[in-house]
Design a binder for this molecule. Structure first.
Ligand code: PLP
Length: 237
């Protein structure tokens, strides 16, 4: 089932890219494996998918030793400061740097661990009070300090638009994230090449609006299981 879904999603990525005059290779597919166990992820690996996204450090760390070392992981969910030390060696990228103080902590701990993490800054473009992320104004105010961090490399921006059943409803948020990136890149003279936006319901719109990373769970794995995967829970399932 994963292999078939992967073929469909890759086809949709290629078509959305072609429609907007882009190359499909500019877009990296992250298979979002939160709640799914190592067997489901292994099926994805066998189908040729090697990059996975997870929301929780502990859930992801429990799966990692059960999967081949060629598998790569991105952290998509909110990172608590007390999990940074566990997260940094495990994830190739963190998409969810959502405050200046978290960025400072990540930078300090990366120094202690001898690492140079690649991160995206999460932006709450629609200003939803329930969401993590910098507001566009807060990000602009923090940008100089973020770019001066000696360990952390800021490669781009990430957003999760307000939930809506229609893919088109996300277009405004995606366009605003791209415009914000363009403004910041220009003002602070940094490339900020990456955009992380687009999930199962709206990734084609995100591609049309310039994303470079799509984060797709349901369209690849099917419906999510109720809660985080745990080694013990899976044994009594
Ligand atoms: C769960 C999640 C996704 C994937 O969502 P789907 O709608 O299942 O594709 C993408 N990004 C983040 C941050 C998520 O938490």
């Amino acid at each position: 089932m994963f292999a078939k879904n992967l073929e469909i999603v890759r086809g949709q990525i290629a078509q959305a890219a072609a429609r907007s005059g882009r190359h499909a290779e500019e877009i990296t597919l992250i298979a979002v494996s939160k709640t799914h166990g190592p067997e489901a992820i292994m099926e994805a690996v066998d189908a040729g998918q090697l990059l996975f996204g997870e929301n929780r450090v502990q859930e992801a760390r429990a799966k990692m030793p059960l999967l081949p070392s060629r598998v790569r992981w991105h952290l998509l969910g909110h990172l608590q400061s007390n999990k940074i030390r566990q997260a940094l060696p495990a994830f190739e990228r963190i998409h969810s740097i959502d405050t200046l103080s978290l960025a400072r902590d990540v930078n300090r701990i990366a120094g202690e661990l001898g690492l140079f993490p690649k991160v995206f800054l999460e932006v709450n473009v629609a200003g939803e009070s329930s969401k993590f992320g910098f507001t566009p104004d807060a990000l602009r105010a923090a940008m100089e300090e973020l770019l001066a961090l000696d360990r952390v490399s800021v490669d781009g921006l990430m957003t999760i638009p307000p939930f809506a059943p229609e893919a088109e409803s996300s277009r405004r948020s995606f366009a605003r994230l791209r415009e914000l990136r363009d403004r910041l890149a220009n003002e602070f003279r940094v490339p900020l090449p990456e955009l992380s936006m687009g999930m199962s319901g709206d990734f084609e719109v995100a591609i049309e609006e310039g994303t470079t990373f799509v984060r797709i769970g349901t369209a690849l794995f099917g419906e999510r299981r109720g809660k985080a995967w745990k080694p013990v829970a899976s044994e009594i399932d």
